[in-house]
Write a protein that binds this ligand. Structure first.
Ligand code: XLS
Ligand code: CA
Ligand code: CA
Length: 437
């Protein structure tokens, strides 16, 4: 086996809450049964390529701060190979089952369409080997349709059909590679599928082109026999001012309009939920209710910064509420929790990458255990049921009967001289129940 950048780091294992070892899991005990299922099978954790191995620690004011050998020179074939080797070895050391990538994360830079395809194909051959060698699997793949200057006005919503066609080539290859590598999902985050100013934008044309693109992707998925899920990742803005995939509810409206509501689900990111002005658990609850919860990008924003800081999850409280919604949804089928998160740019040691993941893994595992307690204790569920019980009674049934009119309901209210009694919503009691775990 070749030597990789992370050779000096230990393998991470569960040691329990009494452990003094920083490089160990305290809560994530992969074989522990939670509601009849192993923790590892519940949580299906993934490490992302882009933040953890590609991002050099740069920001808009400064250059990269990390010393990674594959960043020393150009991103050529040799550098890309070293990076892939390091990445898969790292995921194995963390003992997490999955990883995720964009096409450009795993390959050498290439300008022409022919070189791009060749470089990506080489990367995919190598990844197939590495997956076997390290016993890791692909949670999802995605094509990057936002970094290259050609995509400055988007991929599927670009005013230029030639850019659209370039995007089609990338997505075809990346979808086929995801299928070949045993990927469980294929993600489309519409990074630049939005616009900056209405003065130069035809919203109708852009949305129809985007709808057409998605239909073509779904059609191709069926043609090649890929049985993973196609997922849209909502985000309200950044980089564009207005994005067509703002949040779960607007994505659902989009899917309905283009006839895709049974074909496409969502990949919900915690930080994108909060950027949209929602609680993370709201987005999960909405996706559950609409039947489109696919997968989750696990991270957090910063309560004082209004942008996508992509930090590692560290709030057990936030993740308890999230995991409650997630368990109510029945958990994942093809999805998983992907750490779309980056250590801060002053966290320059390789070990910091491990500490970030360990913290995120334990936060989510602990949230899961708390949510299990809340569900088995049953107080919240029973209270919710009781709050809506009237809908099972005669009036609730009558309101929903297909031949009932608005006048029928109104007449009932008048005839029965209805005087509804107010009942407490008991929010503080609910919050106290959560805090007890
Ligand atoms: C950016 C997104 C991106 C997607 C994959 O904000 O989170 O990383 O997850 O393209
Ligand atoms: Ca994401
Ligand atoms: Ca993000």
């Amino acid at each position: 086996m070749s030597t990789t950048f992370f050779d000096d780091l230990p393998s991470i294992r569960f040691e329990g809450t009494d452990s003094e070892n920083d490089l160990a899991y305290r809560w994530y005990d992969k074989d522990r049964l939670v509601m009849g299922k192993r923790m590892e099978d519940h949580l299906r954790f993934a490490v992302c390529m882009w933040h953890t191995f590609c991002w050099p620690g740069s920001d808009v004011f400064g250059a990269g701060t990390f010393d990674r050998p594959w960043h020393a020179g150009a991103n050529d074939a040799a550098a890309a190979r070293t990076k892939r080797e390091a990445a898969l070895a790292f995921v194995e050391k963390l003992d997490l089952p999955f990883y995720c990538f964009h096409d450009v994360d795993v390959m050498a830079d290439a300008e022409t369409i022919g070189d791009f395809r060749a470089s990506f194909a080489e990367a995919v051959d190598h990844l197939e080997e590495l997956q076997g060698q390290h016993g890791r699997r692909l949670l999802w793949g995605t094509a990057n349709l936002f970094s290259h200057p050609r995509y400055m006005a988007g991929g599927a919503t670009n005013p230029d059909p030639e850019v659209y066609a370039w995007a089609a080539s990338q997505v075809r290859d990346c979808l086929e590679a995801t299928h070949r590598l045993g990927g469980q999902n294929y993600v489309l985050w519409g990074g630049r599928e939005g616009y900056e100013t209405i003065l130069n934008t035809e919203i109708g044309t852009e949305m129809d082109n985007f709808g057409r693109f998605l239909n073509l992707v779904v059609d191709h998925k069926h043609r090649i026999g890929f049985d993973g899920a196609i997922l849209i990742e909502p985000k309200p803005h950044e980089p564009t001012k207005h994005q067509y995939d703002f949040d779960t509810q607007s994505v659902y409206a989009f899917l309905k309009r283009y006839g895709l509501e049974d074909e496409v689900k969502v990949n919900i990111e915690a930080n994108h939920a909060t950027l949209a002005g929602h609680a993370f658990e709201h987005e999960l609850a909405m996706a559950r209710t609409l039947g489109i919860l696919g997968s989750v990008d696990a991270n957090r924003g910063d309560p004082q910064n209004g942008w996508d800081t992509d930090q590692f999850p560290n709030s057990v409280e936030e993740w308890t509420l999230a995991m409650l919604e997630w368990l109510r949804a029945g958990g994942f089928t093809t999805g998983g929790f992907n750490f779309d998160a980056k250590v801060r740019r002053q966290s320059i040691d390789p070990q910091d990458l491990m500490l970030g993941h360990i913290g995120g893994v334990d936060t989510i595992a602990r949230g899961l255990l708390n949510a299990e307690k809340l569900l088995s204790d049953g107080k919240l569920e029973a209270f919710r049921e009781e709050r809506y019980a009237g809908w099972q009674d005669d009036l609730g049934q009558m309101i929903h009967a297909p031949d009932t009119s608005l006048a029928d309901i109104a007449d009932h209210a008048v005839k029965a001289d209805l005087a509804p009694q107010r009942k407490s919503g008991r929010q503080e009691w609910c919050e106290n129940i959560v805090n007890r775990v």
